[in-house]
Design a protein. Structure first.
Length: 291
C-alpha cells in the first residue's frame, strides 16, 4: 500500500513509476514483462450510460464470449437482472464497482488502484476486499482506507516529506497521519518532548471522542443484535432439548411443529449472526476512517 498525507507526492510517485513523468535523477522503469491496469476515479466518467452493465463489461474487455462474464460480474456484486441495468441508472457506488470490475478483470500482473473505496458502500467494499485477496499478481494500493490496508496489504511505501520509504509488513504507527509536518518545527518538538507527548495525548483523546460519536448507533445496533442472537440460541437449545427427548416422538404433530420451529430458529440465528458480523465490519471501517 502507498500511504502518506494529502499532497505528499503519492500520485507523482505513481506517475514516475509508470513513465508518465520524467525523473530528474536516477531511473524509474517497469520490467519488460510487466503488464498493468490502473483504476482511478475518472474511469467512471468513461463508462457509456446507455449500455447495460454486461454490455459495458464485455466491451471494456473486448471479450469474445469465451468466458462467463456474468459469473465474473457476480464476484463484484452484480447478479441476476442487475447485469442488464443501464449504467445511467446505477448509483455512484455501483458505477465505481463496475469500473473496478472492468479494471481487475483484465489479465495483467500489476494492478494499481487509486482510492478504490471512495463512494463504495460496505457490501461493495467487502466484494473489493475479497477480489483483491484473490488477485494473484502484484498490487499497488493508494488509499486512506486503513481497514482495507490491514486486510489486503503486506507492506507499505510511506511518502512523507518528499521521501518514499519501503516497509515490510504493516506497522500501525506508520498508518497514522503525522501529528505535525516534519519540516515545521521539528527542532522545537525535540526540545519539548513533554509538550509533544501532551499534544499526542490530546490528539488521541479527540480521535477516541470522534470514534465514539461516529459509532454510537452502530455499537447500539451491535449490542441489540448480540442480545437477539443469544435469545435465539437459547430458544434453539430448548427446541433441541425437546427433540432429544424420546417421549416427544409419541406425538407426531408435536415433532412436526418442533422440527419446523428448529429450522426457523436456526435460520433466524444465522441471519442475526450475519448482521452482527456486518455491523462489526462497519464499526471497524468507521474507526479506520477517523484519523
Amino acid at each position: 500500500a502507498l500511504v502518506g498525507p494529502n499532497g505528499a507526492g503519492k500520485t507523482t510517485l505513481l506517475r514516475l513509476l509508470l513513465g508518465e513523468l520524467s525523473v530528474t535523477e536516477g531511473k524509474a522503469r517497469l520490467g519488460n514483462k510487466v503488464d498493468y491496469a490502473r483504476f482511478t476515479q475518472n474511469l467512471t466518467e468513461m463508462l457509456d450510460p446507455h449500455k447495460t452493465v454486461l454490455q459495458q463489461f464485455q466491451a471494456s474487455l473486448g471479450d469474445s464470449g469465451d468466458r462467463n462474464l456474468r459469473t465474473v460480474l457476480g464476484g463484484f456484486g452484480f447478479s441476476g437482472v442487475q447485469v442488464d441495468q443501464k449504467i445511467g441508472d446505477l448509483s455512484g457506488g455501483e458505477t465505481t464497482r463496475l469500473a473496478l470490475a472492468t479494471t481487475m478483470a483484465n489479465p495483467v500482473n500489476l494492478l494499481i488502484l487509486d482510492e478504490p473505496t471512495n463512494h463504495l458502500d460496505l457490501p461493495s467494499c467487502d466484494h473489493l476486499e475479497n477480489a483483491l485477496n484473490a488477485y494473484p499478481g502484484t498490487l499497488i494500493l493508494v488509499t486512506h482506507d486503513r481497514y482495507l490496508i490491514r486486510n489486503v496489504a503486506d507492506s507499505l511505501i510511506v511518502v512523507r516529506g518528499g521521501t518514499a520509504t519501503w516497509h515490510d509488513g504493516l506497522n500501525e504507527e506508520l498508518l497514522k497521519p503525522p501529528l505535525v509536518e516534519k519540516d515545521n518545527g521539528s527542532s522545537n518538538q525535540s526540545a519539548n518532548p513533554h509538550r509533544q507527548e501532551r499534544e499526542a495525548r490530546k490528539v488521541e483523546a479527540r480521535r477516541r471522542s470522534k470514534v465514539s460519536e461516529a459509532t454510537r448507533d452502530l455499537r447500539k445496533e451491535r449490542d441489540d443484535l448480540e442480545r437477539e442472537w443469544e435469545q435465539a440460541e437459547s430458544e434453539l437449545a430448548e427446541v433441541q432439548r425437546q427433540l432429544a427427548n424420546t417421549a416427544t416422538y409419541d406425538d407426531p404433530s408435536k415433532v412436526t411443529a418442533l422440527t419446523r420451529e428448529h429450522e426457523q430458529l436456526k435460520d433466524h440465528a444465522a441471519q442475526l449472526m450475519e448482521k452482527y458480523d456486518t455491523t462489526l465490519r462497519r464499526i471497524a471501517r468507521k474507526e479506520a476512517e477517523i484519523e
